[in-house]
Write a protein that binds this ligand. Structure first.
Ligand code: ZN
Length: 204
């Protein structure tokens, strides 16, 4: 393999002493294919040129017309607009690894409601999530050993996406910074069937 992994943090490999390889292997993202990497941003810029040629959304309003905020995992298999039949301009979509209700998501939901008039929150987690298989303790230990810094955040790994949705609903409901809590619903998206399954808070 040739080439360099430019711009990518290379984590020291363990293993000479018989220990397991870098714990990132638990995420299915070990370095074996790193040298094959090619950036695609130039292709995206090219695509944007074609997009702008046909652009017809110039008159969209900044406030989401359906007054909905969706909090979803960043998983690349989930096209939130297609999954939910949304059009541009209708909803805020807030995404991170796992669709976790972090302080920053609370910040976004607060602003979504307070400044942009949304009143309803839809939480969207999914089956086969990367966080579901993550050795969070090991990865955290590796980060600290490698960098000398213990991250202030946690990986928020979980056993069940259904329980994780319940955890997210509870976090929103308990947050003092969320103005509107009457319409918070959570779902698990099945990446095989494309279907949503609603998660009821009471059935945990
Ligand atoms: Zn995910």
């Amino acid at each position: 393999m040739t080439g360099r992994a430019r711009g990518r943090v290379r984590w020291p490999r363990k293993g000479r002493d018989g220990r397991a390889g870098g714990r990132f292997s638990s995420m299915g993202s070990e370095d074996s294919t790193v040298d094959d990497f090619r950036p695609h941003t130039d292709r995206l810029i090219e695509s944007n040129g074609a997009y702008a040629e046909l652009f017809h959304n110039s008159d969209l309003q900044v406030r989401p017309t359906l007054q909905i905020a969706v909090v979803a995992c960043m998983d690349s298999r989930m096209d939130i607009f297609q999954i939910l039949g949304l059009q541009h301009g209708q909803a805020h979509v807030i995404r991170n690894a796992g669709g976790v209700i972090t302080d920053d998501v609370v910040r976004s939901v607060f602003l979504s409601q307070r400044a942009m008039g949304t009143r309803e929150v839809v939480l969207l987690h999914h089956t086969n999530c990367g966080l579901e298989k993550l050795d969070a303790m090991g990865l955290r230990r590796e980060l600290e050993e490698t960098t000398g810094v213990r991250p202030a955040w946690t990986f928020e790994s979980f056993e069940s996406p259904y329980d994780d949705v319940r955890q997210s609903i509870r976090r929103l409901q308990l947050s003092p910074f969320i103005p509107h809590k009457d319409h918070i619903r959570g779902f698990v998206y099945d990446v095989v069937t494309g279907r949503l399954q609603e998660v009821e808070l009471a059935s945990s």
